[in-house]
Design a protein around this ligand. Structure first.
Ligand code: 5GP
Ligand code: MN
Length: 336
């Protein structure tokens, strides 16, 4: 993978372009993809499409340009065609191809030039021609902002780009709370504000736009599905298919649930496992120096960041939960 600065000169020549991101894109994945999309439109790219591997949370549906995004699982043929014909593929907010689920093999087979912009640990660098991987960055949105500025096109940042960038940096920093919220994050936001960014509307669109059933589900989960293991400074929650069905829980409704676990005094590790259709999906969050990236890699086929990671299991909900209770025993000292 060559450094992204080697790619800047190629930006001048518009190409058939696909922008893609990880499955079940979150605010940062969708925000960085759409920000780049609007930026490339500014550079007169006429054939540029965001292709998501799967559907996404309804609370992202207000984002500028979201209606142009193609959901691979909903329109496979179109998405495959776009990828096979693309000359340029941007890969944002993921760094190993399997995070694009069924898209992975199409991206791998495509002869397009592949550009990575991402902030997760341990990138699969052989899969990309150019790129930047920086785990110190708050969000891929911040990195797309740097990409635009460093490539010399900062004057092209319009309100749509600003709105998309803010969405990702806000969601990935827990509303500017996590340690990754650096001086450069605040400087970027100041710049976006100068361009007319309306940040309150974005917060409301993302956080105050759910249906009643989601809040009742959270109440149920906290009351009946949470187990606090004080011995390990850990809280765990296990959500069954029955729970999801009972409360009519959709993609995105469970996002952020894991963060409640860390609000208990002294709790350093929060873990939640959800019985999704094809897999049991884990989310891990930690405080301090308990490394959930390594933890997820070692035990749950996952990864991510030091304080936020995800994983999966093809085992039953009961078995994968049991496994957590077993493996956590090894970490008693680290968690104290
Ligand atoms: P979440 O719990 O929100 O699904 O994931 C937390 C963080 O870990 C996100 O930044 C997400 O992109 C990342 N993540 C989730 N699953 C995986 C995985 O399997 N591999 C890697 N490298 N990162 C993951
Ligand atoms: Mn991210």
């Amino acid at each position: 993978m060559k450094p992204i600065s080697d790619f800047y000169t190629q930006l001048h020549q518009p190409k058939k372009t696909v922008i893609t991101t990880h499955q079940k894109p979150d605010g940062d994945a969708m925000g960085s993809s759409l920000a780049l999309y609007h930026f490339l439109l500014q550079l007169q790219y006429t054939d540029v499409t965001v292709v998501s591997p799967t559907n996404w949370a309804g609370f992202l549906n207000w984002m500028p340009g979201v209606k142009t995004v193609i959901d691979y699982e909903a329109t496979q043929h179109k998405a495959q065609q776009l990828i096979s014909e693309a000359e340029l593929i941007f890969c944002l907010d993921f760094n190993v191809l399997h995070r694009t689920k069924y898209l992975a093999k199409h991206i791998e087979q495509s002869p397009a030039v592949k550009v990575l912009i991402d902030h997760h640990e341990e990138p699969q660098i052989t899969a990309f021609n150019y790129g930047i991987s920086n785990t110190a960055k708050s969000s891929t949105c911040e990195m797309v902002y740097d990409f635009i500025i460093d490539s010399g096109w900062g004057s092209k940042i319009n309100l749509d780009i600003a709105t998309c960038l803010y969405t990702g940096v806000m969601t990935d920093t827990g509303s500017f709370k996590f340690p990754s919220t650096t001086v450069s994050v605040h400087k970027m936001v100041a710049h976006l504000k100068e361009l007319g960014l309306q940040h309150t509307i974005i917060h409301e669109n993302i956080y105050d736009n759910f249906l009643e059933n989601r809040l009742r589900f959270i109440g149920h989960a906290l009351l009946n599905r949470m187990d606090v293991l004080y011995e390990y400074n850990t809280a765990i929650m296990s959500i069954s298919k029955y729970d999801l069905k009972k409360f009519d829980i959709k993609t995105g409704d469970t996002e952020g649930l894991v963060n409640y676990l860390l609000t208990i005094e002294g709790i350093k590790l929060g873990a939640i496992v959800i019985d999704r259709d094809e897999e049991r999906k884990w989310s891990f969050r930690s405080k301090g120096n308990f490394d959930v990236n390594t933890f997820a890699r070692a035990h749950f086929e996952g990864g991510g960041h030091m304080n936020a990671s995800g994983g999966r299991s093809s085992d039953s909900l009961e078995n994968t939960t049991k496994k957590f209770y077993e493996v956590i025993k090894q970490y008693k000292e680290q968690l104290q």
